[in-house]
Design a protein around this ligand. Sequence first.
Ligand code: FES
Length: 150
Amino acid sequence: MPIVTILPNETFCPEGARIEAEWQTMFDGYAAQYPELAAELKRRLAGDLPENWSDTVMDALCAAELAQALNAAGIKFPHACEYNCACATCHVIVKEGFNSLNEPDDDEYDQLDNAFGSTPLSRLSCQTVMGTEDITIEIPKNNRNLVHED
Ligand code: FES
């Protein structure tokens, strides 16, 4: 499963972090909803691949947005518009694995224009869907949000 490495950020994640366990939580939820596909994924991971395997299960497992995964993992960084692509407070810079992520849409680009320190590797984490590769992200030091959500 992909791993998200968060570089140290003085305010939100002083020691840095690696998120892997979140995928187990996602898998458990997926398995409850689609037990047969989840069982196939387990067989695949164990090296016993069925002939007609597809990546459907993996795609579904990776469909969680990055911001929600970060917050679920206890990294409480801003998300002032509650993940609705309307504030840019969830801005992150993707240092590794950028091309494995979903494509940003025009609304995301518009919000990134308002983000402090936006770079070509910037994303709104609330609009970012993980691929199957590990990624490394930096939470920018400056953020236009004046409050912290819990
Ligand atoms: Fe507002 Fe992501 S939480 S744009």
